[in-house]
Each structure stands twice: as structure tokens, then as C-alpha cells.
Ligand binder design. Structure first.
Ligand code: DQA
Length: 142
């Protein structure tokens, strides 16, 4: 099964940015650990961008490629982006939204997700474990 993992703005600085919220594991380490954890079960591909349009383009390309599932942490664009929501809806991809932190324990503006309704489910607040849980779920259903 081919599963793509997309990370949005500032997640390139995972491990360095606000470690009290997001922890000290880097994105490179997370990607290596995910690949190892699902070795032989899934073909994971990774993409991170700080640019909304680049994420839209990637979702479109993944839809064309016909992958089996998508894990998306749209980061701040979660709370702002109709374009990402439309890209997900138009892709018909089975997607799971992941947030490292618990959005509902944070500022009010993080409580709303534009992209969540375009996903099968949303995981929030389980730390990096959310990515593993999302992949496991997509493998069950794929
Ligand atoms: C985040 C939560 C967002 O509100 C924030 O903008 C992020 C990361 C999370 O994983 O907890 O950049 O998506």
C-alpha cells in the first residue's frame, strides 16, 4: 500500500520549534522512524512545504498517482485554507488529519479545521504517535 505523509508550514523545524509543544524529535527522525516501523507493510512517501500552493499541487499529483491513503498535518493552514480543503475533497483520497498538539487545549483560532471535514478522521493531541495511528488505520482500510 502506498501512503503519503504531508506536513505543512513550520513542521520542517520540528524538534527545534516550540519543543515544549511539539517535542524534540526532528522531522527527518520522524520520517526515518515511520519508514522503519512500517517496513514491509507500506510504502511511505514524505513531503513537507511551507507553501500552501505547493501542498495543493502535491495533493493533486498524489490523486493522479492513485495512492492508497494520505496522512496530512496541514499545520497552520488547517485553520485558514479553503484551497487545501478543496484539494482534499477533489482528490477523493482517503485522508487522515493529524495534529501533534491537542488543538482544543490551545487558542480558540486553532479549534476550527477547514481540512478536517475532507478527511475520514482527525487525530489531535497524541504527539507523534498520531502519525503512526493514522498510517495503521489507513492500512486497515486500504
Ligand atoms: C499543529 C497545530 C497547528 O495549530 C499549528 O499551526 C502547527 C502544528 C500540530 O501538529 O499540533 O503548526 O498542526
Amino acid at each position: 500500500k502506498r501512503i503519503a505523509i504531508l506536513n505543512g508550514p513550520n513542521l520542517d523545524r520540528l524538534g527545534k520549534r516550540e519543543p515544549e509543544i511539539y517535542g524534540s524529535t526532528t522531522l527527518a527522525d520522524l520520517e526515518t522512524q515511520l519508514s522503519a516501523a512500517f517496513d514491509g507493510q507500506a510504502e511511505l512517501t514524505f513531503f513537507q512545504s511551507n507553501h500552501e500552493g505547493a501542498l495543493v499541487d502535491k495533493i493533486s499529483a498524489l490523486a493522479e498517482a492513485g495512492i492508497d491513503g494520505l496522512v496530512i498535518n496541514g499545520a497552520a493552514y488547517t485553520h485558514t485554507s479553503v484551497a487545501l480543503r478543496d484539494a482534499l475533497l477533489g482528490s477523493k483520497l482517503r485522508a487522515v488529519e493529524v495534529h501533534i498538539s491537542n488543538l482544543y487545549l490551545r487558542e480558540e483560532f486553532r479549534h476550527h479545521s477547514f481540512t478536517g471535514p475532507a478527511c475520514v478522521g482527525v487525530i489531535t493531541g497524541l504527539g507523534l504517535e498520531g502519525y503512526y495511528a493514522a498510517v495503521r488505520f489507513l492500512l486497515l482500510e486500504a
